[in-house]
Ligand binder design. Structure first.
Ligand SMILES: Cc1ncc(C[n+]2csc(CCOP(=O)(O)OP(=O)(O)O)c2C)c(N)n1
Ligand SMILES: CC(=O)[C@@H](O)[C@H](O)COP(=O)(O)O
Ligand SMILES: [Mg+2]
Length: 618
């Protein structure tokens, strides 16, 4: 086993090409074995095994700095730098992260998780290296999917101007999570297949033959080839942006990769190396179904039957139901058709479905434009990725009071993806925007009604719901509107009130049942609207209760609890306690374990109520 002998990038440098090829096979096998147990981003990591090996053969991190875009493909890099022994703890609580992290290793040059940041970060590193007199290359590795996002072009634009010796490797597998889309993706395919060149040659051939005849044409053929290549060099787009374009090259051929990278390492100015790879390479199921194997769950020996649907599935089904009745409804995703469930919408309403690429900012303004013309856009974006579109929500949607519906999926703690992906902030970053309505369902049934309410409303309206399965609530009621700003008292009480929102509502209810047995009588309210608050109910409750506990799966700072704090700010007799995600980034690990860790599950709420009761008594 060669992998056994490779404990640092220095060990890898000593290997022959044949040994490196064997190493690639062993790394692949190792990744598949571990990811079957831990879950993780399998297909993307398998696709860059040879590229990683070649990078480590030619460059020497940490002196040379490699920035992996998104970072979901960094498993081979982790294994071959310094995390082979810890790799079995991938994405587990207390184990190594599924993404690069500067806190985890000196070999990780920059933390990633959200896409398309690599060129900007690498350029910053490179300029800093120069100004501080540090030696070493900086290399950004970016996928074709990540190249659909605006930030990538902001980075290219600036790099082309600064003319730093920056290396950008474009890992082109024609896939985002789903099939990659858009004009740039089409352009890359044409470059990779030489289609532009072929078409130009055919055209010139035809003209030359027509004007000069067959005999002269044969003499001119070589000159013509040179002219066409000069006029239509592959990668012209990047050349125009100030990059030297190298490629396309086979990203699974270690020898070619190594020779090319060595040459590139001697070049001056910004260089882009176009590498063609196969997502899922070397593992047939992933090669055949790269989308399914983009991110996989741990393999379970026996499938569990009759599981409740996920919130995403309920959203997707309900949206289709609504769209059948309302032809103005259109759906937008930013490169997450399967993750958001909009792939199912596409199957029914292909002309009312838009995948815009990894372009959350564009998605929101695009929706605003549609809303201005009377359509009813539903933009489904994960909470963590919607952070990117904050200004677009403020400036393009809310300021103009355009009725865009935000389906904010993966709100709250998402689990194994960790700090880069938790949807911990949306209640805070949406709540202070004028004109917004923000709601969170307590269960699957309420998600349906809130979505229906959102589509009926003429306001910018966000409905946020968590990752994973619902509570298994039977869906029976026909879709109905829920009065905006109305809360629901689920349990009467006399000692204190819990105001809970979203996933935490049933947890609060559970805690209240347990407390009841101990003589603590808690009123539980489903505070399904964070904006507007149910001010009438709050006033009523404040006549009966002087102690309130707010519970949410969002950071406490600026979240739902803060809204209630603000509401009672001048009422000294009211004591409010807040429970939610604390003011720190939460690590990766099992979703329910993390919820327990931050204390927002039924046990945590139970404990907090006991604490509140003793504080109030003393
Ligand atoms: C801002 C942002 N939006 C969406 C995602 C979700 N996402 C993760 S990987 C990915 C596809 C990336 O495709 P590509 O860069 O080509 O990498 P590949 O998986 O093909 O290697 C997407 C959409 C993200 N990480 N960041
Ligand atoms: C790397 C990335 O950003 C996505 O692949 C993300 O991990 C998907 O998350 P879900 O598994 O919640 O769809
Ligand atoms: Mg790709």
């Amino acid at each position: 086993m060669i992998l056994e002998k490779v404990n640092s990038p220095e060990d890898l440098k000593k290997l022959s090409t044949e040994e490196l090829k064997q190493l690639a096979e062993e790394v692949r096998k190792f990744i598949v074995e571990v990811v079957e147990k831990t879950g993780g981003h399998l297909a993307s990591s398998l696709g860059v095994v040879e590229l990683t090996i070649a990078l480590l053969k030619v460059f020497s991190p940490p002196r040379d700095e490699i920035v992996w875009d998104v970072g979901h493909q960094s498993y081979p890099y982790k294994i071959l730098t310094d995390r082979k022994e810890k790799f079995h703890t991938l994405r587990q609580f207390g184990g190594i992260s599924g993404f690069p992290s500067i806190k985890e290793s000196i070999y990780d040059a920059f933390g990633t998780g959200h896409s398309s940041t690599s060129i900007s970060a690498a350029l910053g590193l490179k300029v800093a290296k120069r100004l501080r007199g540090e030696e070493g290359h900086v290399i950004a590795v970016i996928g074709d999917g990540a190249l659909t996002a605006g930030e990538a072009y902001e980075g290219l634009n600036n790099a082309g101007q600064l003319k730093e010796d920056l290396i950008v490797i474009l890992n082109d597998n024609e896939m985002s999570i789903s099939k990659n889309i858009g004009a740039i993706s089409n352009y890359l395919t044409k470059v990779a297949t030489g289609e532009n060149l072929r078409k130009a040659k055919e055209r010139l051939e035809e003209v030359t033959k027509r004007i000069f005849g067959e005999r002269v044409y044969k003499t001119l053929k070589r000159v013509e080839d040179l002219i066409v290549k000069g006029l239509f060099p592959p990668g012209m787009l990047f050349e125009e942006l100030g990059f030297r374009y190298v490629g396309p090259i086979d990203g699974h051929d270690i020898e070619t990769l190594t020779v090319t990278l060595k040459n590139v390492s001697r070049m001056k100015g910004p260089t882009l190396v176009h590498v063609i790879t196969k997502k899922g390479k070397g593992y047939t199921p992933a090669e055949e179904k790269p989308e399914k194997f983009h991110g996989v769950s741990p393999k379970i020996s026996k499938p569990v039957e009759n599981l409740p649907p996920s919130y995403t599935e309920v959203f997707s089904k309900t949206l289709i139901e609504i769209a059948r009745e309302n032809e103005n409804v259109v759906a937008i995703t930013a490169a997450m058709p399967s993750g958001t469930g909009l792939d199912k919408f596409k199957e029914v309403f292909s002309d009312r479905y838009f995948d815009v690429g990894i372009a959350e900012q564009h998605a929101v303004t695009f929706a605003a434009g549609m809303a201005k013309k009377g359509l009813k856009p539903v933009v489904a974006i994960y909470s963590t990725f919607l952070q990117r579109a904050y200004d677009q929500i403020v400036h393009d949607v809310a300021l103009q009071e355009l009725p865009v519906v935000f389906a904010v999926d993966r709100a709250g703690l998402v689990g194994e993806d960790g700090a880069t992906h938790h949807g911990a902030f949306d209640l805070s970053y949406l709540r202070h925007i004028p004109n917004m309505v923000i709601a969170a369902p307590k269960d699957e049934e309420e998600l349906r009604h809130l979505l229906y309410t959102a589509v009926k409303s003429d306001k910018p309206f966000a409905v946020r719901y968590p990752r994973g399965r619902g509570y298994g609530v039977r869906i029976r009621e026909p879709l109905k509107e829920i009065p905006i700003g109305s809360w629901e008292v689920l349990k009467e009480g006399k000692d204190l009130v819990i105001l809970a929102i979203g996933w935490t509502v049933y947890q609060a209810f559970e805690a209240a049942k347990k407390l009841e047995k101990e003589g603590v009588n808690v009123c539980v309210v489903n505070a399904r609207f964070i904006k507007p608050l149910d001010e009438k109910l709050l006033e009523e409750l404040s006549k009966k209760f002087s102690t309130f506990l707010t519970v949410e799966e969002n950071v406490v700072k600026g979240g739902f609890g803060s809204a209630v704090d603000e509401f009672f700010a001048d009422r000294e007799e009211i004591k409010i306690f807040n429970l939610g995600i604390p003011d720190r980034f939460i690590e990766h690990g099992n979703q329910n374990l993390l919820r327990k860790l931050v204390g927002i599950d039924s046990e945590g709420i139970y404990r907090k109520v006991k604490e509140v009761v003793s504080v109030v008594k003393s």
